[in-house]
Design a protein around this ligand. Structure first.
Ligand code: PNS
Length: 173
């Protein structure tokens, strides 16, 4: 395949916490576009986050350290403003379910109406479509096993907050 010039794309999210589904979207985006700015942002619908913003940035950095072309930063304000500051050509979002599509499509149209920035959707891996930060937080809080859904650094951070998981078999994939 002929190589095309690299683009920069913005991947915004709350990443509370960053999980394997996020990592897959970043991997796809870097392969397709060349440069990815992971924007750790505030979601006004989720006012009480679990992990402080600065720690979410650190965890996303550690989780993507093996990928070249990836930068992780916290951004205030709107995703479209973050896209402009980052010099991003597109916003990238991962889709797991039809429900995700409904939410994301409205945001994509709204964002486009504000600054003209386009959103590109990437399908998540079929075997990761069930992974969500909300359920990871909930399971970790009650001591369930989450290590198959998150990078190792995130699993240790959650163990630091809630204690080591008690459910499931340790060492299985
Ligand atoms: O991981 P999430 O919680 O689904 O991410 C949602 C996020 C952070 C991408 C969204 O809430 C967002 O874009 N927040 C920044 C504020 C903004 O741009 N609001 C207008 C949306 S049309």
């Amino acid at each position: 395949m002929a190589s095309s010039p690299a683009h920069t794309v913005l991947y915004p999210g709350s990443f509370d916490p960053f999980h394997n589904g996020h990592l897959d979207v970043v991997s796809q985006a870097v392969e397709l576009f060349g440069n990815v700015v992971v924007a750790v942002m505030h979601n006004p619908d989720k006012p009480s986050g679990l992990i402080p913003l600065a720690d979410r940035v650190q965890l996303a950095r550690q989780s993507t350290a093996h990928l070249s072309g990836v930068r992780v930063d916290a951004f205030p304000g709107l995703a479209v403003q973050a896209a402009a500051v980052a010099g991003a050509h597109f916003i990238v979002k991962g889709l797991r379910t039809p429900g995700d599509f409904e939410v994301e499509q409205q945001m994509a149209h709204t964002n486009h109406s504000v600054t003209g920035v386009r959103t590109v959707y990437l399908p998540c891996r079929a075997d990761q479509a069930y992974i969500s930060s909300r359920f990871i937080r909930e399971i970790a809080q009650y001591g369930g096993r989450i290590d198959h859904m998150v990078p190792a650094s995130v699993a240790s951070a959650l163990a630091g907050i809630f204690g080591k998981p008690s459910g499931g078999s340790e060492g299985s994939s």
